[in-house]
Structure formats: structure tokens, C-alpha cells
Design a protein around this ligand. Structure first.
Ligand SMILES: [Zn+2]
Length: 83
């Protein structure tokens, strides 16, 4: 079962220091631009994986290690804050 990007809003806020669900991410695989809130999110302890809603490419991996959240954004071609 997948959730949407709102499920990782708190984690992203902790990392970026701002609200990221309305930021626009561009999938590095298919080029689709979508709001973080529209990504397909799978929660897996101790972290979460966000996938492109079109091609299922993994665009974000968040892992919490000893209270510090690490983010892997290699699946994103771009991540732009909302204007
Ligand atoms: Zn994609």
C-alpha cells in the first residue's frame, strides 16, 4: 500500500527546514514534474521511499539514523521550492 508525499512532510521539513510537499520535483527517469505531495510513498522502517507516480522510479529515499534524517535524492533531476 502506498501513501502520498504528505506522509513524509514531517521528515522533509526536518531536513530542509521548510515545507516541501508543495515543492516541485522532476523525475530523473521520465522527466515528469510533480509536487512532492503527489509522489507515491512507501514507508519502510527505518525510513521511507518516494517513487514517481508515472514511472515508479525511486526519486527519494529517506532514512533516519540515530535521530538524523538522511535523504538520497539521486532519482530527482531537480527539486524546486514552491514560489
Ligand atoms: Zn518518472
Amino acid at each position: 500500500m502506498s501513501l502520498d508525499g504528505n506522509a513524509i512532510a514531517g521528515l522533509l521539513f526536518a531536513v530542509f527546514g521548510e515545507e516541501m510537499t508543495t515543492a516541485t520535483g522532476v523525475c530523473a527517469s521520465c522527466g515528469m514534474a510533480s509536487q512532492v505531495a503527489e509522489l507515491r510513498v512507501y514507508l519502510r522502517a527505518p525510513g521511507a521511499v518516494a517513487r514517481c507516480s508515472r514511472c515508479e522510479n525511486v526519486v527519494m529515499v529517506l532514512v533516519e539514523i540515530r535521530g538524523v534524517t538522511c535523504v538520497d535524492l539521486r532519482g530527482l533531476a531537480a527539486l524546486e521550492p514552491a514560489v
